[in-house]
Design a protein around this ligand. Structure first.
Ligand code: NAP
Length: 303
């Protein structure tokens, strides 16, 4: 007998939304999470664009969602799903110490931080390199920092850090931002924020820990060393599909190819959230994906 009707990999907004819908439909649900619940949203200081909620911290939002899923009977287990495969009509999931089985599987594993790919970037995490302004910003109070990236995360990080730090350099590889205009407009008004645009970060400077970044202007080739105590890397995400790639039909970016209903090309396998190929990765679309994948899974189970 299977351990659950539905196993969901990932307790971020997509996975927990799927858990709410699946558990409310009367199916047994196990959610697997290798880190903390909530996914990337727990690093967002304030969510202002989730319909119906004017303002909430990412952590509070995630905690409500986590408790809500459990209130309907979803069981959350803090283990890592290492692999999954199909056998005798069930999906089996290797979680290290045991193999769990289910009839329908929803992959909502999300995405992780993309690296710039520079020497020292990983070794200096905690020694000047950070991927989370909300978590680590306070360590740089009154100091000079840089943020790398041009999406909403980088713009929000720069705004958040500008309230704590002495000076914030926002370093982006293009002249135009991918993030929302109202966020970049706000940044342009801040006296302690300098936009360093159309440059490539060539080198992380320092010994033992980060002391600065070397950037090269993409048009003129001019090199500039910027002295900072911290660099917040916010250059997007990579989908957490690598461990499962043999089972999945992925696009060139590593995202699972599936439409809004979350149905994959495999029987009983569904996908939701940031690891699915789609145009917009937001809290709203993660929640919507979770609901859609759960409804598809329920339909498949009961069909
Ligand atoms: P993103 O939108 O994918 O932006 C990544 C940024 O990093 C882009 O500006 C990109 O440059 C740059 N980049 C990518 N690879 C790079 C590299 N190797 N070197 C230098 N720069 C590089 O990622 P995100 O900002 O993390 O946002 C992810 C999703 O979450 C988005 O959909 C975003 O809207 C959403 N989000 C929403 C909120 C909110 O609504 N409050 C907050 C945070 C994030 P190019 O522009 O040149 O490609």
């Amino acid at each position: 007998m299977a351990n659950a009707d539905i196993i969901i990999i990932g307790a971020g907004p997509a996975g927990l939304s799927a858990a709410i819908y699946a558990a409310r439909s009367g199916h047994s649900v196990i959610v697997l999470e290798k880190n903390a619940y909530g996914g990337q949203i727990i690093n967002t200081p304030s969510v202002e664009n989730y319909p119906g909620i004017k303002n909430v911290s990412g952590f509070d939002f995630a905690t409500e969602l986590y408790e809500q899923a459990q209130s309907f009977g979803a069981e959350v287990r803090f283990v890592e799903a290492k692999a999954f495969w199909r056998e005798d009509g069930n999906w089996l999931v290797d979680v290290g110490k045991e193999i769990l089985s289910c009839r329908a599987l929803i992959l909502a594993a999300g995405a992780s931080n993309r690296l710039l790919g520079l020497p020292h970037e990983k070794d200096w995490v905690g020694s000047g390199i950070s991927f989370c302004a909300n978590c680590d910003g306070a360590f740089y109070k009154g100091k000079d920092v840089a943020v790398a990236g041009g999406g909403n995360t980088a713009l929000e990080d720069a705004a958040f850090l500008s309230n704590i730090c002495n000076k914030v350099y926002l370093i982006h590889r293009r002249n135009a931002f991918r993030g929302e205009k109202h966020l970049s407009d706000k940044l342009r008004e801040k006296e302690n924020v300098e936009l360093v645009l159309n440059v490539t970060i060539e080198e992380l400077l320092g010994e033992e820990r980060l002391g600065g970044v070397r950037v090269r202007d993409k048009e003129t080739g001019e090199v500039r060393d910027i002295t900072v105590n911290g660099l917040f890397v916010a250059v997007g995400q990579v989908p957490a599909t690598d461990p499962f790639s043999e089972q999945l039909n992925l696009d060139e970016g590593g995202y699972v190819i599936a439409k809004e209903d979350g149905k994959t090309d495999q029987e009983g396998l569904f996908v939701a959230g940031d690891c699915r190929e789609k145009a917009l990765r937001q809290l709203t679309t993660a929640a919507s994906d979770g609901a859609n994948a759960a409804i598809s899974a329920i339909g498949w189970l009961e069909g």
